[in-house]
Design a protein around this ligand. Structure first.
Ligand code: SF4
Length: 354
């Protein structure tokens, strides 16, 4: 049976020891870390969640990411994703840091637009990474160019990287999962079918259609009225048609577009850490514009020490006391984890009758 990707849910239940730390009130160390090596980006995607922060051309200082990789290990992190506000491959320390993450036994993954990757880097990605997700948001050069805010020719560059990575994967018998993700927008909706077929033919393992989650601070607020049940049903039909034993097309659920949450507390915060390109560390990704949500800076403290500081607990308390979760970004990174932890914290009657 083909293992499931589980893009619409979470995997915290596979870490019972860490969950027990949470339930029994011990220090919870993060399982998952996301690093934003740089805010510099060669693209200007319409839908980019980080547009409200501006792409200020900040990057982690030379050598800090390699040291951070060791600190993540000391902080009991198990998986590290290189992604964030800019294009991670534009930071010269990306590959040295990835190597250290792997040498220390953590899993590594990366999100990229793919347009600047060279052959050597693609080969290394095939060896080092558990997964790579290409942000690919148009099935024609024109739709791609509009959604990514670049000249249409960039479509071919990104496609060539994806194809070469698939070739490296086959040649080297690598286990890397190659994904392509498209945020569904008015500007690309007519090219989705072409894109799905192109991703399959180019060697991606999966192609995922993600829904657009507006961020209040961003100016791009598209008219999504085309997202009707009949449009979604056609997409699901396309997914059934193109998916096979090797390739999967996933249409993400629309339930997640609902911002109303059945919880008041964001219990998932301590399981995830986000390190920004300026060194600031956060647990919540979405409220970075409020300085009080930061837990501190890795330019001032090593990460394990930072995690044990009172300032980290104060930031988490601040988020939980001051952020109305019904106003948070729909389906934020923690949402599925929060739903599950909410059940654990509020058990039903008679739990021993399993
Ligand atoms: S956006 Fe809201 S629910 Fe999501 S992690 Fe931040 S505070 Fe928690």
């Amino acid at each position: 049976m083909k293992p499931s990707l589980r893009l619409d849910s979470h995997k915290l239940q596979y870490h019972p020891a860490r969950v027990a730390d949470f339930l029994e009130g011990r220090t919870v160390w993060p399982l998952y870390a996301e690093i934003s090596p740089t805010s510099t980006c060669n693209h200007r995607c319409l839908f980019c969640n980080f547009n409200y922060l501006g792409h200020k051309n900040m990057q982690l200082p030379a050598g800090r990411m390699q040291k951070l990789a060791r600190e993540l290990k000391d902080s009991h992190v198990k998986a590290v994703v290189f992604a964030g506000a800019g294009e991670p491959s534009l930071h010269p320390d990306l590959f040295p840091a990835m190597r250290i993450v792997r040498e220390l036994g953590m899993d590594a993954a990366m999100s990229t637009n793919g347009a600047r990757l060279n052959n050597e880097q693609l080969m290394e990605m095939a060896h080092l990474l558990s997964w790579v997700r290409f942000s690919f948001n148009g099935g024609t050069p024109e739709a791609y160019g509009t959604c990514h805010g670049v000249a249409p020719e960039n479509f071919h560059r990104a496609l060539s990287s994806l194809r070469k990575l698939a070739e490296c994967k086959a040649r080297e018998h690598s286990r890397v999962t190659i994904g392509a993700q498209c945020v569904l927008l008015p500007e690309n909706r007519k090219s989705i079918e072409a894109l799905a077929r192109l991703m399959k033919e180019s060697g991606a393992d999966y192609f995922s259609i993600k829904h657009f989650y507006p961020h209040e601070e961003n100016s791009y607020q598209p008219d999504m009225s085309f997202l009707t049940e009949s449009f979604l049903s056609d997409l699901r039909q396309l997914a059934d048609e193109v998916s096979d034993a090797r390739f999967t097309m996933v249409v993400r659920g629309v339930d997640s577009l609902d911002r109303k949450r059945p919880y008041k507390e964001c219990h998932g915060l301590p399981f995830i850490i986000y390190i920004r390109e300026d060194g600031m560390a956060y647990t919540c990704f979405s409220h970075q514009d409020d300085d009080k949500t930061a837990i501190g800076s890795i330019l001032d403290d090593e990460l394990p020490a930072l995690w044990l500081k009172q300032a980290k607990d104060a930031a988490l308390q601040y988020i939980n006391r001051n952020m109305d979760k019904d106003l948070c970004q729909a389906n934020c990174r923690h949402h599925q984890i929060n739903l599950w932890l909410q059940q654990l914290k509020n058990p039903p009657m008679h739990v021993n009758f399993i």
